[in-house]
Design a protein around this ligand. Sequence first.
Ligand code: UGA
Length: 434
Amino acid sequence: MKITVIGTGYVGLVSGICFAKLGHQVVCVDKDYSKINGLKQEIIPIFEPNLKELLLSVKSDKKISFTTDLNQALQGSQAVFIAVGTPQGEDGSADLSYVLGAAQEIAQYSQSFKVIVTKSTVPANTGAKIREIVAKINPQLDFAIVSNPEFLREGSAIEDFMNPDRVIIGVEDEKAKKIMAEIYQDFADNKILYTDIITAELIKYASNSFLATKISFINEMADLCEKTGGDIKLLSSGLGLDSRIGNKFLNPGPGFGGSCFPKDILAILNIASENGVKLSLIDAVIKSNKLRQEKMTARILNAFDGVYKNKKIALLGLAFKGNTDDIRYSPAIKIASNLAKKSLQIFAHDPEAIANAKKELAQFNNIRYFDNAYEATEDADLIVIATEWKNFSELDLIKIKTISKAKKIVDLRNIIDATAARMAGFEYIGIGQK
Ligand code: UGA
């Protein structure tokens, strides 16, 4: 089937390339000429493992093309996916201007039946708004609205797309339902849940809110372990063995970040308050996560027993999580900026996020960047792990002990083996451990 995808950001690009891998004929559209030109030359504007290889494969099969011309891209396509950004508005609500702008253009250029699908994360009732806009601009057009939210995690987006726990399709039109079923025909029937449009829109926000709540919950349990002498790793395992709870998203850390959870929990609060509903639990999660980053900063400062001015910290990790160069709402960035403001010297390293971090932290001249984790530790008084990159768990601690003057490791992700760190001669401070 011919599919048009509007937006070549994270969601649009991964979805477009994956749809092409499923055998569909995909046209990806973006207003940004340089992005489209780059993609024509196989230049991927984001960091996502294996995406380039997949692009090369679908390009050689002639299953994907890139254009800035939406009119041309819509010719002959039955389904058009809107995958543009919904940035956070000033009041925390999702800014729908790109989504509704795309809907207007679809209406202007479409001449035959179209299934207009939102992949972007949009508040409840956005489908109805799109329907209104399209019907007003092009009253003759035969079309249907569908909500098909994405559940892709940065760093494992291809796996999440190709092997999803579920595909949610909010659809209220039989012809559109058949088209969506054809698009996702490679997935088992029990992976697909058909709902009405508003429920599909809400499922996306509810999922991210629930996951964010799970993380805040385990972070607070880690605090409790520290005070009582419990062990958070064992506590997480004990909780996760209950299939009603599940063992994922129970790793404590410096708080959740990224472009989705922080934005989406504010947006769901906004949707709720517009509808006169109080989500006190979500309110608490927002507060808990904010406090978490301050607490983790205090933990690092405490490692110097109160005398921290001009001390040198090797900060390993800047991205909001491992396997990405994304630093949006990254707890590591917040902690770096907190420490820099307190006049500590920071020697920062991240496998992929240095370029982005340099821009974000440009105002600080007490942060230096290192391409190599070992070099970052050499002149440091303390080593801090802030992002769960796998290679940080594999660092040669004996080597670090010989080249670095640091005596302590503060591991905000619990990814270093505490016994190995102590055997190497470090004092090890993890999360939620004795
Ligand atoms: C999240 C969701 O997991 C995706 O399902 C969703 O599609 C996406 O948002 C979106 O709305 O587009 P993502 O932001 O890529 O994906 O990142 P996650 O892997 O969910 O991690 C979010 C944050 O939680 C990170 O800062 C991570 O370090 C933290 N986290 C995660 C923990 O602190 N502990 C955990 O156990 C898991």
